[in-house]
Design a protein around this ligand. Structure first.
Ligand code: FEO
Length: 396
């Protein structure tokens, strides 16, 4: 059964407690996720978004338990990605002529995915759809995070249906932000922002300012993943504005991989040096072959600086570090400092290669880095601690 949100709005989505990865394996979802779909019943009835394809039959069956499908007058697709549109083919088999409201890019993408010429009605920012006492207003939000993305605002209940924006990959039966674990919600929200939205930060600021300028009253933000922001919904909007402006905390993150522990010993000595020079800074050490890549990216997002380490093998750095840096480069972090380190045996080009990766990814590399031949002894570890101390100053 659905869950009633207001007299007119019912949640009809799917909570996916088992989901552990998303976008193939590009995004870890340790706390599961949900695909939120909403039914609005006024004089006319509208369905906002659907669920991921593996749950299509379950979704349509549960929708049938809620309503006669033929009484759905409009389907609104805020975003074509298959976690929200995946149940459309199953649904459209039942109600093939129902109009689907989406952006023009949305219609193109839905046709590209499902190869059906459904009854698309394309909308632009400011277009409205009257349902009775209430009306929906559409707001295009291109590249937040796909070209087709849009928000739908419902007056009367004053709800913003924001799709991916302000969402979290977080499974909960509680539905509302004030009933779920706040620290977990924010961990998942910042992870989502860091891993998906960082490259679009300028657009995030512009879109939020545009929506705020409408002066619309806001009682709830109904996202398409995770909780509904009901208690002080503006808190997540303000947090997004904060995250979108080259966000950083007083944190330095040391990310490394190691073959025989020499680079690990260097990482630990650098951490000691940073802490000795600045007891206020948070220092975190993450091993790229043991820690989750998306969690590492979240820590990079929070950091004012990173220190990247790898030994050298066959004239290259380790693949865990090079793979991570491919992802980091695409995210276009801004305003972050960096340095490199690593052990070597003979060719020794690791630090030079690491510096190149860091510069390519837009980091401000603050020095030439530091290397250690074979295994660092006590004298060398002392020099590496000094290196950490200077880093704390350079990254202050
Ligand atoms: Fe939740 Fe971009 O899909």
């Amino acid at each position: 059964m659905g869950k009633k949100i207001t007299d007119k709005v019912t949640w009809v989505g799917k909570v996916d407690w088992e989901l552990k990865s998303f976008h193939g394996h590009e995004y870890s979802t340790w706390r599961g996720s949900s695909y939120n779909s909403y039914l609005i019943r006024d004089e006319k009835t509208a369905l906002i978004d659907t669920v991921w394809q593996p749950y299509d039959k379950e979704f349509v069956q549960r929708l049938k338990n809620e309503i006669d499908l033929n009484s759905i007058d409009y389907i609104i697709i805020n975003h074509s990605e298959i976690d929200h549109s995946g149940a459309l083919p199953e649904l459209m088999r039942e109600i093939p002529n129902t109009p689907i409201y989406c952006t023009s890019n949305g219609a193109k993408i839905l046709k590209g995915h499902y190869h059906n010429d459904w009854n698309f009605v394309t909308v632009k920012t400011g277009d409205t759809l009257k349902l009775g006492e209430t009306a929906l207003t559409f707001i295009e939000a291109p590249m937040l995070h796909w070209p087709d993305s849009m928000f739908t605002y419902m007056n009367g209940d004053n709800i913003l249906f924001s799709n991916d924006a302000f969402g979290q990959h977080y499974a909960t039966e509680s539905l509302y932000n004030d009933l779920a674990d706040t620290s977990e919600i924010y961990e998942e929200a910042i992870k989502y922002y860091a891993n998906i939205l960082t490259p679009f930060s300028k657009l995030v600021v512009r879109k939020i300012e545009e929506v705020l300028a409408f002066g619309l009253p806001l009682s709830m933000i109904c996202t398409s993943h995770g909780v509904i922001w009901k208690n002080n919904p503006v808190q997540i909007v303000e947090q997004y504005l904060n995250w979108a402006k080259d966000y950083k905390e007083n944190q330095i993150t040391i990310i490394y991989d190691t073959m025989w522990n020499s680079t690990r010993k260097m990482a630990e000595a650098i951490a000691c040096g940073i802490e000795e020079a600045d007891a206020q800074v948070t220092v975190k050490l993450l091993n790229a072959s043991k820690d989750d890549k998306n969690d590492i990216i979240t820590q990079i997002f929070k950091s004012k600086g990173i220190v990247l380490g790898s030994p050298v093998v066959n004239n290259e750095i380790l693949h865990s570090i090079s793979g991570l840096m491919e992802m980091v480069k695409g995210l276009k972090f801004k305003g972050k400092k960096a340095a490199a380190f690593g052990s070597y045996g003979w060719s020794g080009e690791n630090v030079k290669l690491l510096n190149g990766k860091l510069k390519d990814a837009g980091f401000d590399v603050v020095n030439d880095g530091i290397r250690s031949l074979w295994v660092p002894d006590e004298d060398e570890l002392s020099k590496i601690r000094d290196f950490g101390r200077t880093l704390a100053e350079k990254m202050a």
